[in-house]
Design a binder for this molecule. Structure first.
Ligand SMILES: Cc1ncc(COP(=O)(O)O)c(C=O)c1O
Length: 387
């Protein structure tokens, strides 16, 4: 066959960098600070709730929008933490992780030729899903150390073809948490141009140093034009369960559900009641989870600094970005390919998340959602590293 197997829409999208680097970690036995998954499971009572559901026969297709109990729990969570009121019947959709919600939303809301404004470095599924939808991405660059939005670049990213803004806050890979003034700037463009917003808030409970996560949908004029996406994976340390959700105006949720039903139809039957229970855990669970991860952030940042890297301390998420140039390297991809052999550690080169490769070339992302002894061992291995 002359014609390549893969659709031209995904030309250039090979294996994700996470799969590549995790395979490298497995092959070399290196410590994997590449992929963002915790090395300890979430609450025991929630694991047991899945076992109970399996044994109780919750093993067949759940309802299309998700079980009512989980949709009510998601609405309750949005009210408790963000003051957002939702009707669980029509304004809440359960998905197979945030990943499916993002894909379904972009496929549902975009026409070929539409433009999507997003921020680089971007989570890799955004570029692929925008391409699958036949849309074009228009990217605004967040540059360290401040990672602030350049208002002129933001304004220039909008055009008559802009359909939506795809915003991730707290932001992977930088750990940036967009503040209210930046969100207001984005919202002003959305209102002025009658543009939709899709937000990825999977790290909503990982915001440090007394900051707060502000959902874009809570800004004036934004509730009616924003589809908010989140998931249980990060918040409850069960990333393999893939229970996510999309919430917002009925019309946006219904459009997303129309696509979602042809992607997976439904998923995760025995996990759904367990996540409903998890969303109802007391405030202390969420506070302890955040405090624990904040301490891990401090631990890894100190280790990376001691190893000689320039560290951009994250305000949220699981991740810290560092500049490798003080160690005598300048290309993050080459550095990360050598790192398992040289130091027994795996990290992720940030340049793969940029259109402007130069902007990301010397930057590398490390995950700190790991046991303290693992973080310490990785830091001490990195301390022996020189070009
Ligand atoms: C920004 C961002 N969005 C979405 C996801 C995926 O979420 P889920 O596992 O719920 O599909 C991740 C996982 O790393 C992420 O970092």
């Amino acid at each position: 066959m002359d014609r390549p197997a893969l659709t031209s829409r995904l030309h250039g999208f090979g294996t994700t960098i996470f799969a590549e680097m995790s395979a490298l970690a497995a092959r070399t036995g290196a410590i994997n600070l590449g992929q963002g998954f915790p090395d300890t499971d979430g609450p025991e009572e929630i694991r047991e709730a899945v076992v109970a559901a399996l044994r109780a026969g919750v093993n067949q297709y759940p309802p299309g929008p998700g079980i009512p109990e989980l949709r009510r729990a998601i609405a309750g969570h949005q009210r408790r933490f963000h003051g957002i009121e939702l009707d669980p019947d029509g304004e809440v959709l359960v998905t197979t992780g945030a990943t499916e919600a993002i894909a379904a939303a972009l496929l549902a809301l975009c026409e070929p030729g539409d433009e999507v404004v997003t921020f680089e470095p971007y989570y890799d599924s955004y570029a692929a899903c925008i391409a699958l939808a036949g849309a074009t991405r228009r990217v605004v660059t967040l540059r360290p150390p401040g990672l602030t939005i350049d208002p002129e670049q933001l304004a220039a990213a909008f055009s008559d073809r802009t359909r939506l803004v795809l915003l991730n806050s707290p932001h992977n890979p930088t750990g940036k948490v967009f503040d209210r003034a930046e969100l207001e700037l984005i919202a002003a463009h959305c209102r002025e141009r009658d543009v939709l917003a899709v937000t990825d808030e999977v790290y909503e409970h990982l915001v440090f140093d007394g900051r707060t996560h502000v959902p874009l949908s809570t800004l004036p004029g934004m509730a009616e034009r924003t589809l908010s996406i989140s998931s249980a994976g990060k918040t409850f340390s069960f990333t393999g369960w893939k229970i996510g959700w999309a919430t917002g105006p009925r019309e946006l949720v219904a459009a997303t559900q129309t696509v979602k039903q042809y992607l997976t139809y439904v998923g995760g039957a025995p996990f759904q009641p367990a996540i409903a229970q998890a969303l109802g855990l007391p405030d202390g669970y969420f506070a302890d989870f955040r405090a624990g991860m904040e301490a891990k952030r401090d631990r890894l940042c100190a280790g990376l600094r001691a190893a000689g890297l320039t560290v951009f301390e994250p305000a949220g998420t699981y991740f810290v970005t560092a500049d490798i140039r003080p160690l005598g390297f300048d290309d993050g991809h080459a550095f990360c390919l050598q790192l398992p052999e040289r130091a027994g550690v795996v990290a992720v080169p940030t340049q793969v998340f940029y259109d402007d490769k130069d902007a990301g070339r010397p930057l590398v992302r490390f995950a700190f959602c790991k046991r303290d002894e693992v973080i310490d061992e990785a830091a001490s291995r990195l301390a022996n590293l020189t070009a």
